[in-house]
Design a protein around this ligand. Structure first.
Ligand code: PLP
Length: 397
């Protein structure tokens, strides 16, 4: 007898992976340059040169047994200290190495945080559209995911709807800004309102409601948009960060959790984070890349490429008659499909070799995600295909 639940998870590939695999097959059949694959969120700009330089330097400087050995479970002390100092410098906070737990990317930051705080029967709230893996992570931690619809026109949180969704079972709220898949950055006013409701509800229910800030796209913002740092708005906050997108290192699996030391039970929550990391078998994050990110902290790949891609794609799609909320960050557009059934729309798009992801798994029917972390040339070449697709809908009206 094996776990039916795990077997099911393993057998059902995510819709994004499904489309990506289809794209690979299609590229072999007709040539990579003829397929406009907008399915994956894999950074298209290379990691900054400083990453390779740091790897070379570290290999020369550190004794091999230390470099390739286990680090402390929560991460090398000097690495955590560097991360804490960087956060203090950039966010005017007062965190220390003892508040940081180094992880294998945001996915691990989330699973560890959720396991650390959840008990069976808890509810975790998030807002549509949301990263589909949240459901998997939340359910694995024994809780259930409650989703609250965001405002359709701009994907900002509807605070009244949020208020109605909180119950005595609510253990945490996950916020993801800049958002995957909408690219929307939550406004400060929205965050203040969300936190106000959470504070009132904590008071009313007499227990903590945690705020989990999932922020792998923090640095990927354009036009001087600011991403508010949630530690300043709410005491019971855990920040789940990753270097996957900022340093273009998704395959190296490196990130961290910051447990706010403003929580009343900060030490216990941090201990629970360490316990969850242990129970999930993480042991420690990769030793070499802990050191690499400490040396490269504050740097990013060339993010200007994403802004250029966003501008070309947004202008091009709008001209063809598509509509979407203006994305201030990340590298996704969440576009309204030209028919109600986004799956049917994506199937039609395939005729023009456009590979788009239906929004259903992100909790929003009738939308598609377009990942613009691709070459600018691909975007320019794809615009006529988007136009033909829109014309097909016009003709059939
Ligand atoms: N959270 C969101 C919103 C994401 O988009 C992703 C990855 O795309 C993750 C978490 C997981 O990131 P990581 O690769 O760092 O595990």
């Amino acid at each position: 007898m094996i776990s039916e639940k795990m077997m099911e998870l393993g057998k059902t590939r995510s819709v994004i992976r499904e489309i990506f695999e289809y794209g690979n097959k299609r590229k072999q059949e007709i040539g990579a340059d003829k397929v406009f694959d907008f399915s994956l969120g894999n950074p298209s700009v290379p990691a900054p040169d400083s990453v390779n330089q740091a790897i070379c330097d570290i290999l020369k400087e550190e004794p091999s047994t230390v470099l390739h050995g286990y680090t402390s479970a929560q991460g090398d002390f000097e690495v955590r200290k560097t991360i804490a100092e960087y956060i203090n410098k950039t966010q005017s906070t007062n965190v220390s190495a003892d508040d940081i737990y180094v992880t294998v990317g945001a996915a691990a930051s989330l699973t560890i945080s959720l396991h650390a705080i959840s008990v069976s029967g808890d509810e975790i709230i998030t807002f549509t559209p949301f990263f589909p893996e949240y459901r998997v992570f939340v359910e694995k931690a024994g809780a259930s995911l409650v989703t609250v619809a965001s405002r359709a026109e701009d994907f900002q949180v509807e605070v009244e709807a949020f208020k109605k969704a909180i119950t005595p079972k609510t253990k945490a709220v996950i916020l993801n800004s800049p958002n995957n898949p909408s690219g929307v950055v939550l406004r400060e006013e929205t965050i203040v309102n969300i936190c106000k409701v959470m504070k009132e509800k904590q008071e009313e229910y007499g227990h903590e409601i945690f705020l989990i800030s999932d922020e792998p796209y923090r640095e990927l913002v354009y036009d001087d948009v600011k991403v508010p740092y949630l530690l300043h708005y709410y005491e019971n906050t855990l920040v789940c960060y990753s270097f996957s997108k900022s340093l273009s290192l998704p395959g190296e699996r490196i990130g961290y959790i910051l447990v706010s030391n403003q929580m009343k039970q900060a030490k216990d929550v941090y201990a629970a984070v360490c316990g969850a990391g242990r129970a999930l078998g993480y042991v420690c994050a990769p030793s070499l890349f802990q050191r690499v990110v400490a040396r490269c902290i504050g740097q990013t790949g060339d993010i200007s490429v994403y802004k250029k891609n966003r501008d070309i794609l947004l202008a091009g799609l709008t001209e063809c008659g598509y509509s979407c909320a203006k994305p201030d960050g990340a590298f996704y557009l969440f576009v309204k499909a030209l028919e109600e059934d986004a799956n049917a729309f994506c199937e039609k798009a395939k005729k023009y070799e456009l590979l788009l992801v239906p929004g259903d798994d992100f909790g929003c029917k009738g939308y598609v995600r377009v990942s613009y972390c691709v070459s600018t040339e691909q975007i320019e070449n794809a615009l006529p295909a988007f136009k033909k697709l829109a014309e097909e809908y016009c003709k059939n009206k």
